[in-house]
Design a protein. Structure first.
Length: 194
């Protein structure tokens, strides 16, 4: 009778030890995964915040008018300039200096979001890991609301024509998020330029 009790007790202690080892291993694995994601995200965020062209594009999509700086040169712009620069053409035209600069910074901006999409495509990151960029996805996903009529069609044509499919994937994934996870922006009506 004692032999049976000892075996049962030994089995229970072994099971507890196994479960404990499994849980500790799972915890360590998840912690290592989070650290790897952080190690991947921090350079991306740093690149986004320090790249002159990306920051100029952020300014273009975040403001209705103002100036942006590229290669130590200041360019004044309005929404109409941005809409014209987003025009898809069969052959490169003689763009004005501001429109050429706008197209360069938009290409860099959309290319960066394409890079983010590639990280989610291969499973290194999930789309929710990109929460830092949700504000910028909101500006593009709601461009018609924030910039005015004609911008959504121009953006979609630009992304399709110049093959920024990864950026489109990011915007589509952002649009599928529940409203509670999106970065809804509050518009403040101001008199001024548009």
């Amino acid at each position: 009778m004692t032999l049976r009790v000892d075996l049962s007790l030994q089995w229970i202690l072994s099971a507890i030890g196994f479960v404990t080892a499994f849980l500790v291993g799972l915890w360590q694995y998840r912690r290592a995964q989070r650290q790897q994601k952080i190690a991947l995200l921090l350079p991306l965020i740093s690149e986004f915040e320090t790249d002159e062209e990306i920051q100029a594009a952020c300014h273009l999509f975040d403001y209705d008018a103002g100036t942006f700086t590229l290669d130590e040169r200041k360019y004044p712009f309005k929404n109409t300039d941005l809409l014209e620069a987003m025009r898809v053409v069969e052959w490169d035209e003689d763009w004005s200096p501001i429109q050429a600069a706008m197209r360069d910074v938009m290409d860099r901006y959309f290319d960066f979001f394409t890079k983010l999409a590639s990280f989610t495509d291969i499973g290194l990151l999930t789309f929710r890991d990109l929460k830092y960029f949700f504000y910028y996805f909101e500006l593009l996903a709601g461009i018609e609301k924030y910039k005015g009529s004609g911008f959504e069609q121009a953006l979609n044509r630009y992304l399709d024509a110049y093959r920024f499919g990864g950026c489109r994937k990011c915007l589509d994934a952002y649009r599928r998020l529940p409203p509670s996870l999106r970065e809804e922006l509050q518009l403040v009506q101001q008199s001024g330029y548009k």
